[in-house]
Each structure stands twice: as structure tokens, then as C-alpha cells.
Design a binder for this molecule. Sequence first.
Ligand code: ADP
Ligand code: ZN
Length: 602
Amino acid sequence: MTSHEVLRRVFGYDSFRGDQQEIVEHVIGGGDALVLMPTGGGKSLCYQIPSLVRDGVGVVVSPLIALMQDQVDALRDLGVKAGFLNSTQYPDERSMVEAEFLAGELDLLYLAPERLRVEQTVRLLERGKIALFAIDEAHCVSQWGHDFRPDYLALSHLHERWPDVPRIALTATATKATHAEIAERLKLGDAKHFVASFDRPNIQYRIVPKNEPKKQLLELINTEHQGDAGIVYCLSRNSTEKIAEFLNANGIKALPYHAGLDANKRAEHQSRFLREDGLVMVATIAFGMGIDKPDVRFVAHLDLPKSVEGYYQETGRAGRDGLPSTAWLAYGLQDVVQQRKMIEDSDGDQVHRRKLNLHLDAMLALCETVECRRVQLLEYFGQSGEPCGNCDTCIAPPETWDGTIPAQKVLSTVYRLRNERRQKFGAGQTIDILLGRKTAKVIQFDHDALKVFGIGTELNESGWRGVVRQLLAQGFLAVEGEYSTLVLTPASEEVLYKGRKVMMRREPEKKAVKAVKAAKAAKAPEVEMPAEAAPVFEKLRAWRAATAREQGVPAYVIFHDATLRQIATLSPTTLDELGTVSGVGENKLAKYGQQILDELAT
Ligand code: ADP
Ligand code: ZN
């Protein structure tokens, strides 16, 4: 079969997207490829189709052990002969897959990277015929990135053992640095690079000041995402459990997920998230890589991510189906203090800490920008764009203001406290002094006698917190030591003594925030379905849910929403007609076609 025939007959799609065709042809021709494509861009077909067209088995290296079963189930449902080998299997299951591989009965074999360290696996592969190696989540080889997996380093040997087998490395995350590192470490010197646009236009990016995070989250869900599936990211294990509890108490179905839960519980929660409708997963970043649930409608961050790469990958899990989705982050002064401190306390040398600080600086710059968030995100990945009209700063542009004088007030307070040397003080004490508050701690240290006491009545507490946050973000202040003491930096001297100006971001008014939410409603998907098709769609959904339950697979493995919508609209009466719908391949037509026609007829 040609690649086009495979696309149509196996996957049921009419045409390739973006660079897919070029990539597929290149690999079929035996060339190596490095593919950078955002989440939802369609990376899987880039190695699945060549595996089916070329002689032999496509070996897919993936770190996503917990998802291999679902991936293989989905392929089998398409009629593709797929199997996997990883540490979760019983020996006899493994032997069965190995036998299938040797007998040439597989089209695709998924492998965890650590399997390739086992000599037995390498010998097994040498005895079969390999069509290609696909290295998924290739950024895991990068030590500069945030998902480093030492096992990935060993993948550079694939080329030495199998010099004639083409390799295709794929990732949804790559700055220039990571991109170069992947090519180098995987020895992809002769590979052709395919870099797609990283824009995800259907995701609305919003970053808001954090006041009462729980309440803010609840409002987001209740006003914009009721009944939707979503992911809430928190920094600590403890807070994932607390927030999940809080959401449940407020009538929103939620589950926690973190590396401290035992493996069974983790697997159960992941599986429920994939299978049930409208569940919210409250998780640490241990959750989500490779989760290809297409209808995650929002990703909320309650704590500041450590890097833009991580943030973009996490938010990228929203809206894989291309429908409008929200990426929402609440961020405040405490986040900056905490992260700077975590970096200071981290193991590793100066170089390592410098790297972490650079990552954080880029993330902070994104939070504090008054320009389009999307333009800034894309620039981070070395791509350019126009203001998007679908992020908070585009919809309600924040103003900048000259914050030099408030900045000087904060910095000279910090300077005076620093001079005392007896005791170290954080942001709270600094703000109390500026506001002229006679708290017990202010009186205890005679801080009401300082020249700066009470000189900051032009702003309220949250205004000052905003100023300190932005000074930290822009490098005019730093934190140090056990008590997160505020300290001056070389840049602060320029503000204090050399008249350097400090520009700050003014948070938009409440009214403007409402406009952002309204814009979202206006952009809501026009469900491309006439009104009379809606009940038919619901009927097909019920059929799909029952079928998925019977087979123990997620509903989207059977058919995507978009496919069911098209079927409901077309209302086909014959199998041939049904086969024209995008997403209905030959195998699915044979397996489910008659059932669907029966559903439509009743
Ligand atoms: P990625 O791995 O890049 O995140 P996937 O490979 O999971 O993305 O593809 C995202 C979605 O787009 C999947 O549901 C897939 O079936 C669908 N898709 C991919 N290529 C095509 C195509 N050429 N036509 C229609 N749908 C496609
Ligand atoms: Zn924008």
C-alpha cells in the first residue's frame, strides 16, 4: 500500500496535515528525521504510516509505560498489529509479544527505553526485521530540558547497531538549545529536520494575579468549564490532595495524582481520567506526558512552573481536538520568593543553579509581559507571530506605569533592614514598614523609627506585593537564605543611585477581566452540526460509552467527538456512505459500521 492508501484505509483520513506527508515519504525512503511539532499536531502518523509501508516492524521507544496499553489498544482497533514490551508485563505476556515479533506478525512494537539496556532485548531485535526506530518524546535526551531520562542517552547506539534502519525522533517541546542537543546526543547528524509552527491557536492563554487561589480556581471552573475535563497543576503533593478534596466538596469531580501515591492508585486515577467524562485531575507535573485525551478543556496552574518549556508542554495538553480551551495560571509574590529559594537550596553546582535561574527568568518575563503572551511564547521557541487576539493581554491590554519611585522606596527599605545585620527580614516586614503598620514585629525591632516607616501609603498591601514581585521578577531584588531575606542586586544600585527607570505592569481592572471571559464565550465552537443532529449525536455518544466500557478502553479510542458529529450530521444509511466520514477507516467500518447504522435507524 502507498502512504496515502494507508492514511485512508487504516486511519480513515482524507489528507495529510502540515509536513506529515513529507516526513512520511522521507522515512519510507530510508532517511533519518527529527520532527518538532506541537502537541496535537499529528506526530504519531509520522512513524506509524512508514512502519506499515516499510518491510518489518516499527520499533517505537517511549517513556510512557503507563500509556502503552491504551496506545496499543487504539492501534489494534484500527486493525494495526501492535504490541509492547515493558516492565509492567508478566513474563508470559512478554514472551508472547516476543514470539509475535520474531514471527513477523507485528507492525509496531512499543518499547520503554530501559528495555534497550537489557542485552536480551537487543538480541531479540537483532533476530527480527526492523522497519524503523521512532524515538518519541525525544527531548528526554536533553539534560538542558526538564524531562531528562538517562536511559535516553543509550539510544545513540541504535545507529551503530542498525546503521541501515532509519530513525525518526519526535518531540513537542524544543527551544533552539534542546533541538540542537537532541540532534547531537542521538547522533542524528544526517537527519532532515522538520519544524512545525508551535502555535496552538485554540488555546487561550491567561495569567492572573494570585489572591485567593482556591476561590479563583472554583470560579474559573464554575463560570467557564462546568462539566469539562481539566488538569490542575500544583507544586506539592500535599496541595494536590487538598485541592482535589476542596473541589469535590464543591461539587466538582476531582482526583489527585502525584509520585507519592502508590502505583496502583496512580494507574487507577489516570485510567479514570481517560475514561470518565468531565473529571478534573489535580496533579504535580508527574502527570500528563503522553496523555492523549483529546478533550481536555482547561489546564490550570496554581503554582508558577519552573520553565517556559514545562509550562508550554503542560498547557499543551488542553484542546488536542482543536476546540477552544483555556490555559490559566495564577501567580503571585510568594511564587517568586519560593522558586528563587528552591533554586538557591538546590543541589548541584553554580552552573546548574544558573541554568535554573535562566529558566525561571524566562517564565517570569512571560508572566509580567504587557505584550501578547502567544508572541512571547513562540519567540521563546524561536518562532515569530502576530498579536493573537486570544490571550488575556491581547483582549484586555494591561498598562505599564513608571514604578521608579515605589521601587526606590522598597529598595531603600531593604537597604536599611540589611544594614541592621542582626536579623533578616522578608517581603512581609518590608511592606508593613512602608505602610506604617505598628505590628508586634515592627515594634520589637524599632522599625517604626526608620526613615522609611510609613512612606508608602500611596499603595495598599496588594499593590506593594505587586511591586516587590515585579522587582524580583526583573532582577532588581533577590532572595537569600533560610528566611527568604530580600537583598539588593547590582541592578538595584542603578535604581537607587543612578536614576535607572523601572517600568511595571498594572493589572487590568475587574471590568477588563470580565471582557476576557466574555471573549471566550464569543469564540466558543460553533458546533458544526444542525440542531436536529444534536439528539443523534447524543445517541451515538451513549452507544460509544457503552462500547468503550465493554472493551475497557477510553471512549475516544472508538471514535472521536468530531467523527461522531460528522456521522450525526450526514446520517448515512449505507456502509459505503459511513466510510466517507473522516476517522472511519476500513477496520472500524467493519467492526462498528453496522452497529452505527442500526443506532441511526432506530
Ligand atoms: P501528537 O502526537 O502530535 O500530539 P497525535 O498524533 O496524537 O498528535 O494526533 C492528534 C490528533 O489528530 C489525533 O486524534 C489524530 O488522530 C489526529 N490526526 C493526525 N493526523 C491527522 C490527519 N492527517 N487528518 C485528520 N486527523 C489527524
Ligand atoms: Zn495574544
